[in-house]
Write a protein that binds this ligand. Structure first.
Ligand SMILES: [Zn+2]
Length: 270
């Protein structure tokens, strides 16, 4: 009997640490900006490091169905910020880097459930060294072997009216580590290229790895972007964050629908 109680207590502690159920719900007047990377069936073996970045398509579909059923309204980030009054239960789906599965796996589901999204592309994503490890500062073979969105796929998504294409720099750089002139180049040149290649306005920006400093914020603003997202964990409270430091809630491929629902309610990763 005592063992059963001990096991139950251990389970309860594990469950509590993992899901932070005691945290109170955050008002739905604050938009939830969600961060995704890949929607993918393909989970490389023995390299679990990046699998949290990969959400299986059926899990992603469950999330969209839950959002729909629970009355969430979907916007691109630019659209949301143009609203005079942001409605309750607003959600923005964002995708970082520009993986091909955003088109092959995510886009069909977005169309099916009528959801919008903002996709941050790396301009030089076909350079096989574009992805570097956040911690080690060396090339990440795993991410570099992923297929990336073609310009043609991007055009089809733009034409659907559901997708906003935004910048994630030219080379997925760690901005605070660069000299000012290189920060300027990465931030401004990527915007110019997106506008030229796709004949659109590029209004939104995401700091690679979520790393930014005062200089990069200033350059993003001066370059003419309207907003930028970070990887700071939380809901977008306008009294707390400027449009150039928008926090996001990271959706992990290692967690199921239950964790997703808690994140939406609590407005935090955990
Ligand atoms: Zn990235």
């Amino acid at each position: 009997m005592i063992y059963v109680i001990i096991i139950l207590i251990i389970f309860f502690i594990f469950f509590s640490l993992r899901f932070s159920w005691w945290r109170k719900n955050i008002s739905y007047s604050y938009p939830r900006v969600l961060m995704y990377h890949m929607i993918s069936e393909h989970l490389p073996k023995n390299k679990s490091k990046f699998n949290r970045l990969r959400i299986k398509p059926d899990e992603f579909e469950k999330q969209l169905i839950w959002l729909k059923k629970n009355g969430f309204k979907s916007f691109t980030l630019s659209e949301l910020l143009e609203l005079e009054n942001i409605p309750e239960k607003s959600v923005v789906l964002t995708f970082d880097d520009g993986y091909e599965d955003n088109f092959t796996k995510a886009f069909p589901l977005l169309k099916k459930y009528d959801f919008k999204a903002t996709i941050y592309i790396v301009l030089n994503r076909f350079n096989k060294n574009w992805a570097t490890d956040k911690d080690l500062d060396k090339s990440s073979n795993e991410l570099n072997s992923e297929n990336m969105l073609s310009d043609e796929q991007i055009r089809i998504m733009i034409d659907s009216g559901l997708i906003e294409i935004a910048s994630h720099t030219l080379d997925h750089v760690n901005l605070p580590k660069l000299k000012k002139e290189n920060k300027v180049k990465q931030i401004i040149e990527s915007k110019k290229q997106i506008e030229k290649i796709f004949n659109i306005k590029c209004n939104s920006f995401a700091y690679p790895f979520g790393f930014f400093d005062k200089d990069s914020i200033d350059i993003v603003e001066v370059a003419g972007y309207f907003n930028a997202t970070t990887t700071v964990n939380g809901v977008f409270n306008k009294d707390k964050y400027s449009n150039f430091e928008i926090p996001r809630i990271m959706i992990s491929g290692r967690q199921g629908l239950f964790a997703f629902i808690l994140k939406m309610k609590k407005g935090k990763n955990r």
